[in-house]
Write a protein that binds this ligand. Structure first.
Ligand code: BES
Ligand code: MN
Ligand code: ZN
Length: 520
């Protein structure tokens, strides 16, 4: 991975391969930094700008040799779009585009000024670091003739003002840690399902947990059967690949929260649909159906790496969903860990089954203050929000709104969908307590969340449906085609935010002696 450090000295004086400068669209005057670079280059930037040869549009990059007129061998101008519309996310994208150019030109080191003089040096430095590291990511494990250096950019100095040094260093550290663990999540999602099995994911989680003093537990199918996690075991029974329930606990010395935050991630290592078999077209993408689990793993590792004073438990139900003589059949009824009986109408609605048990097991075992679950749960969320936002649902308005805000700030945006009482009618069963798919068509994402609600009761809970955002089918500025590692950034910041500013309701409940918060 590219080495990243801070530079508080004059970025124009540093001898380096390339100097990265941001350029706004439709800006009349050049920034002081751009002006001094412009005069060193004999007014060339102003000239190109006047001719419309460079515009500063978002995504635009212009690489210019400096012929010894600057300490940097090259100048790389990165378009930022209109000045008024710049956000951390646009800096993340511009940094990603810049890093791609630096790599393609084999430039080993560079200085970036994209976060220099920012009004929010913590968030913007983090964004520049993430944009760079996440853009350079490649998954080439199975390529026989790999590129020589997958991370050609060896080191990057992020320029910051002296007065912002502490803030920028915080941002740098967050960016580095979150990127590293996002890359771990991406790798797990990009490995084929014959490699990233529940066993392999458990082993990875165990090794990473051990390095950080995180407690690791794993339950196999026989144990889960004895414990009564029948909804999870039912799905696992159709597959020959051993299933696991993976549990990680990070408990720092003086946590801000007495009771933990519980993170639950769908870790379905291959979703064939089971007896309700999926069509062949694009089925290979279902190796990524474990992205929710990878996200909670990446999050708890980040929390530990950053030493955040937050008590966190991550639960990952890991299994395949396969058709076989022992698989769930439409019409089968299973009794979940919390006693709810479920009629399985469609074996392809398996994510909610394994999450049901993971949620109620996690809640009963760890008495969390709140729960976040994350899952590639429904194709319907792709219809509703496409690749631009994840679905946010839950039982606590404040938690939903806080999640939306953190999503906005971190560039992993989500948008709320309702959970009106009437939607719960859609999962009433004739033979059991509930059914696993809606009796009426429509609102598939909501039906999935309504189902999960039966397993969280009163605990403040938010559900993130990432089916539309977990992977991309073409390259985006800092998201190479493939798995995105979606959710690590959002959840790491959400956990931090909730520890620093507890939910008002949870505070009230704690004051009343630990009574659980009510459903909103
Ligand atoms: N893993 C899928 C959801 C999915 C779809 C993820 C597209 C990523 C991209 C999930 O298990 C599933 O099959 N859901 C069904 C539910 C239906 C049977 C009620 C769906 O969305 O079609
Ligand atoms: Mn499915
Ligand atoms: Zn699935």
């Amino acid at each position: 991975m590219t080495k990243i450090d801070l530079l508080t000295a004059d970025p124009l004086k540093k001898k380096t391969g390339a100097l990265v400068l941001g350029l706004f669209e439709e800006e009349k005057t050049l920034s002081p930094l751009l002006s001094s670079v412009d005069s060193a280059l004999g007014g060339e930037i102003a000239r190109m700008r006047k001719n419309g040869e460079i515009r500063g549009k978002a995504g635009e990059t212009t690489l210019l040799p400096t012929y010894g007129r600057l300490s940097a061998r090259f100048l790389l101008l990165a378009g930022l779009g209109k000045a008024g519309s710049v956000t951390s996310e646009s800096l993340r994208k511009a940094s990603g585009s810049a890093a791609a150019v630096l790599r393609s030109r084999n430039i080993p080191e560079a200085v970036t000024t994209l976060a220099l003089g920012s009004a929010d040096p913590v968030a913007d430095t983090e964004a520049v670091v993430e944009g760079t590291l996440l853009s350079l990511y490649r998954f080439e494990t199975y390529k026989s003739d790999r590129e020589e250096a997958p991370y050609a950019l060896k080191s990057l100095s992020v320029a910051a003002e002296k007065k912002d040094e502490k803030a920028a260093e915080t941002g740098r550290r967050f960016g580095e840690v979150i990127s590293r663990n996002t890359i771990l999540a991406r790798d797990l999602g990009n490995h084929p399902a014959n490699v990233a099995t529940p066993t392999m994911i458990a082993k990875t989680a165990e090794e990473e947990a051990r390095k950080r003093g995180i407690t690791f537990l794993s339950y196999d199918r026989e144990k889960l059967d004895r414990m009564g996690l029948n909804a999870l075991v039912g799905v696992a029974r159709g597959s020959d690949e051993p299933a696991r329930l993976i549990v990680l606990e990070y408990r720092p010395d003086k946590p801000a929260n007495d009771r933990p935050f519980l993170l639950v991630g769908k870790t379905l290592t291959f979703d064939s649909g089971g007896i309700s078999l999926k069509p062949a077209d694009k089925m290979e993408l279902m190796k990524g159906d474990m992205s929710g689990g990878a996200a909670v793993l990446g999050t708890i590792l980040s929390v530990a790496d950053l030493g955040l004073p937050v008590h966190v438990v991550a639960v990952m139900p890991a299994t395949e969903n396969m058709p076989s003589g022992r698989a769930n059949k439409p019409g089968d009824v299973v009794k979940a860990y919390n006693g709810t009986t479920i009629e399985i109408i469609n074996t392809d609605a398996e994510g909610r089954l394994i999450l049901a048990d993971a949620l109620s097991f996690g809640i009963r075992t760890y008495h969390p203050r709140l729960v976040v679950d994350v899952a590639t749960l429904t194709g319907a969320v792709v219809v509703a929000l496409g690749g631009q936002a994840l679905g946010i649902l839950g039982n606590n308005e404040e938690l939903i709104e806080r999640t939306r805000k953190v999503g906005e700030a971190t560039g992993e945006r989500g948008w709320p969908l309702p959970l009106f009482e009437e939607y719960f009618d859609q999962i009433k069963s004739d033979v059991a307590d509930i059914r696993n798919t809606g009796s009426k068509g429509g609102a598939g994402t909501i039906t999935g969340a309504a189902f999960l609600h039966h397993f969280v009761d009163e605990t403040p809970w938010v559900h993130l449906d990432i089916a539309g955002t977990a992977w991309v089918d073409s390259n985006e500025p800092y998201k190479p085609k493939g798995n995105v590692g979606m959710g690590v950034r959002l959840m790491t910041h959400l956990v931090k935010d909730l520890a620093e500013h507890p939910l008002a309701e949870a505070e009230k409940a704690a004051a009343k002696g630990g009574r659980k918060a009510r459903r909103a």
